[in-house]
Design a protein around this ligand. Structure first.
Ligand code: ADE
Length: 267
């Protein structure tokens, strides 16, 4: 007889509180796609590697305590065929759901790199914290009622004080499953005044809003979308330097969160 599936462990996360704004942030989960983006922060916060959150997936899990706050940090892990880090909305959606169910965060932060926009005053190394609604720029369903599903428009939790602690500018974030872009996508990104183009944030926001978990994205610019240089060249050249900068600023944000108990309404 084949062994059955592992025993089901009930989720730690309770039903969403009626008023998440009153929740105190005691547990924060940070989700990164790429290990290169995450490891500088793991080192700065001296987080310790934990057993995998789910043996089916190849996510890496690190954890530790910073002042009053427990920190869980997940990376997506690698594609088993190529060994490259898993990016995009499917891995992000799964990571968010797993993090919420198994780690019960009071606040979920999606951190990583993004493409910026010269037209929005963006430069390589700028850091944005999500403002307004998060978008999908590569989904098109022009049928009544489906358009909003295609375009996302999931709200980020307002966090101006956390943004100040990080030294982040507010910016609209839009997510798609490609590093480059089509002309139609660029039109959309320009029309919506997007500052940060990434591959995960809106997928994670979608899960967080539906589960009642406060969410912010913190994105650091490695490349400029509205610039003649192909984005992949600038991305590869700047990834390490920008990830180090992101870690320095996120460390300041996490230490601010852990300095004393903070309500979501106070972020
Ligand atoms: N991550 C870093 N740069 C990016 C870009 N140009 N598009 C999507 N995700 C990114």
């Amino acid at each position: 007889m084949r062994p059955g599936p592992p025993a089901y462990v009930p989720p730690m996360h309770a039903d969403p509180t009626p008023d998440p704004a009153e929740t105190t942030v005691e547990r924060v989960a940070l989700l990164f796609a790429l290990e290169a983006e995450a490891m500088p922060l793991v080192e700065r916060l001296m987080l310790a590697e934990q057993p995998a959150v789910d043996p089916c997936l190849r996510q890496r899990h690190f954890a530790g305590t910073v002042g009053t706050v427990h920190v869980d940090l997940l990376t997506n892990g690698t594609d088993p065929r190529s060994g490259t880090d898993r990016v995009g909305t499917d891995a992000a959606t799964m990571a968010a759901y797993m993090a919420i169910r198994k780690l019960a965060p009071d606040l979920l932060v999606n951190a990583g790199t993004c493409g910026g926009f010269e037209a929005q005053g963006g430069h390589v190394g700028d850091i944005y914290l999500s403002s307004g609604d998060l978008l999908f720029h590569d989904r098109r369903i022009p049928i009544d009622g489906f358009l909003i599903q295609a375009e996302g428009r999931w709200p980020a939790t307002p966090a101006p004080r956390l943004a100040a602690a990080i030294g982040a500018k507010p910016g609209i974030v839009s997510t798609g499953n490609s590093l480059d872009f089509t002309a139609a996508e660029l039109d959309f990104l320009r029309r919506e005044g997007v500052s940060a183009k990434d591959m995960e944030a809106t997928a994670i926001a979608q899960v967080c809003v539906q589960c009642g978990v406060p969410f912010v994205a913190v994105k650091a610019v490695t490349d400029l979308v509205d610039h003649p240089e192909p984005v992949q060249e600038a991305f590869l050249r700047n990834l390490r330097m920008v990830s180090a900068l992101l870690a320095e600023r996120l460390e300041a944000g996490v230490r601010w969160l852990g300095a004393h108990p903070r309500r979501i309404a106070d972020l």
